[in-house]
Design a protein around this ligand. Structure first.
Ligand SMILES: Cc1cc2ncn([C@H]3O[C@H](COP(=O)(O)O)[C@@H](O)[C@H]3O)c2cc1C
Ligand SMILES: O=C(O)c1cccnc1
Length: 546
């Protein structure tokens, strides 16, 4: 806006004071309007404009407000030690009677917080919006040579009654507005040695709150998120297309993610399909024989499993990984756990060493697959929707009934059994937060392996496409281990499995497809990848305005 505007703003900001002494002269109507207009220009949460400005000029109302403030002042002094109380009573705290105008700022909170964008998470953001309106008015008043003083020395209910505020409308206090009768070189409280301005260095903290010995350590991310210039470049290049902004909707967002991590020339990818058996099947949690896992992995290696066929249709390569299938699968990449396996309910799913080794093996596979483009995750493991539900409960603090789903097909009795198993498994994890330990306690080897794949692919700069529940949890664990990994993840689909939507919500990802799949095997990831590849081609081919 130019040097003159910058300088003028700095002068107004530096010259703003809380003014408590006023001359009785009237404030012209146009200046009052200018001040109110500035207030109404303030930012507000979800553009809710929750402020209401009650302009009070009636001396009777000002008198009654002043009497209330007098009472609050004496009340407050009664709570201070006598010497401090005496000094407080000496201070001139408000100019309610003298200032010709009072602007009472009220916040209309009658809209439910969940109905306002940004307030479901920060319910008080409407009040903060009103505070920004107050600052706008204050600065504008100052620029016109007017003085303003913000008085909160009231019982809020009393002030609300005085102005007949309805239920649900609350006040942030009274702003005195008038011509100042003082030109203080420094704020009144500072001049009276009541308090001092804190030096800037004491209020500015760099990157995070300074370390506190007892506090849990944040995970150190070795992985870097996308470069900010690439991130901006991705959205800029989408805006240049000869089409309405975000014409491809959710797909556009996914494409921006892919471009942001630097994968612009991608035309293919790889499905990593990991399989493992689960001792928990011994507890009657799957309608299908455990041997199915072997058969699906063998078909994957042969290119004929549902997952492999879908990958082929999308132009993706397939890597089948044996992460612990009892009957060996020739042609599959071997990464079998070496130690004991358990049923989660009474014993650990695998040893911590195996969990770590599987993640490490996955990293290598992911790094290699990254060279091909998109890396899709797929799994097979009869019984693993029970495993995934237990892990989701442990990671996300869910109740078993909110996480256990139908799997590949369960009746009511089986669902009840699954819930019992999950409840027992989760009970064993009480207090454990470490994601790798949780993986060992109630996870599965294919989930551990795919966690490594996600980490390896992300570190090599490749987007990772998640699939169903068991092939989305690796995204959660990867992001817990390396927070920057989140930026590389895409949610291919939201499946029918109960906890899946919650897991994607935890990751902050919108699924590309919602087909009520229950296939596993990376089918949804490959279908979504095909669409992403098509979207990338569209971005390359489509006409641009620039
Ligand atoms: C023939 C068949 C092939 C599959 N391929 C993947 N799944 C999917 O279902 C399994 C999980 O469901 P649950 O926890 O109910 O056992 C996993 O193998 C998953 O990938 C299959 C399931 C079946 C029956
Ligand atoms: O959503 C899934 O991942 C799922 C559902 C049923 C069976 N296998 C996988």
């Amino acid at each position: 806006m130019g040097a003159a505007a910058t300088e003028a703003l700095a002068a107004v900001v530096a010259g703003r004071r809380d003014i408590r002494r006023y001359r009785p002269d009237a404030v012209p109507e146009d200046l009052i309007t200018a001040v109110l207009e500035a207030g109404h220009r303030a930012p507000s949460v979800g553009h809710s404009q929750p402020w209401r400005f009650i302009v009070v000029t009636d001396p009777a109302t000002r008198d009654r407000a002043a009497a209330m403030a007098d009472r609050a002042r004496v009340d407050q002094a009664a709570h201070l030690a006598s010497e401090r109380a005496a000094r407080m009573l000496d201070l001139k705290l408000e100019g309610l009677r003298e200032a010709p105008v009072g602007v009472v700022v009220a916040c209309d909170r009658r809209t439910p917080a969940t109905g306002v964008l940004g307030r479901a998470t920060f319910p008080d953001a409407d009040l903060w919006s009103c505070a920004t309106a107050i600052e706008n008015m204050w600065l504008t008043a100052r620029a016109h040579g007017l003085g303003m003083g913000w008085v909160t020395l009231f019982d809020p209910d009393e002030l609300a009654d005085l102005l007949r505020l309805p239920e649900g409308v609350i006040t942030l206090g009274w702003l005195c507005l008038g011509w100042p009768d003082e030109r203080p070189p420094s704020p009144g409280l500072e001049r009276a040695a009541w308090s001092k301005k804190t030096p800037l260095e004491q209020v500015v903290l760099r990157e995070r709150w300074p370390a506190d010995e007892g506090a849990p350590q944040q995970p150190v991310s070795h992985l870097r998120g996308p470069e900010p210039t690439r991130l901006v470049g991705a959205t800029d290049s989408a805006d240049e297309l000869l089409s309405p902004p975000e014409s491809l909707g959710v797909l556009d967002r996914a494409l921006n993610r892919v471009l942001a991590v630097g994968a612009q020339d991608v035309t293919g990818g790889t499905l990593v399909l990991a399989g493992a058996d689960h001792p928990v099947t011994g507890l009657g949690v799957s309608a299908f024989p455990a041997a199915t896992t072997h058969d699906v992995l063998a078909a994957t290696v042969a290119g004929t499993s549902l997952g492999a066929a879908t990958a082929k249709g999308a132009g993706l390569a397939v890597v089948g990984v044996d992460a612990g299938v009892s009957q060996a699968v020739p042609g599959a990449h071997g990464a079998r756990p070496a130690g004991e396996r358990g049923d989660l309910a009474s014993t650990e799913a695998m040893t911590l060493a195996d969990a770590a080794a599987l993640v490490a093996a996955g990293r290598e596979i992911g790094t290699e697959a990254a060279a091909s483009g998109l890396v899709c995750l797929g799994e097979v493991g009869v019984g693993n929707t029970t495993v995934a539900a237990a892990l989701a409960c442990a990671l996300l603090d869910l109740e078993p009934q909110d996480a256990v789903g139908l799997g590949s097909g369960s009746d009511a009795d089986m669902v009840a059994r699954k819930r019992e198993v999950v409840a027992a498994a989760v009970a064993r994890t009480q207090g454990e937060r470490d994601p790798l330990r949780l993986l060992a306690m109630v996870g599965g080897p294919e989930i551990a392996l795919l966690t490594g794949v996600a980490l390896g692919a992300a570190a090599a700069g490749a987007p990772v496409v998640l699939d169903g529940l068991a092939a989305s949890l690796p995204g959660v664990i990867a992001a817990r281990l390396e927070p920057a990994a989140q930026a590389y993840l895409l949610a291919g689909q939201v499946s029918r499995e109960r906890a899946h939507a919650l897991v994607l919500r935890e990751l902050g990802l919108e699924p590309l497809l919602d087909l009520r799949l229950r296939s596993g095997e990376g089918v949804g990831a490959c279908l979504a990848a095909s669409m992403v590849l098509q979207g990338l081609a569209v971005r390359r081919i489509a006409a641009r305005t620039r």
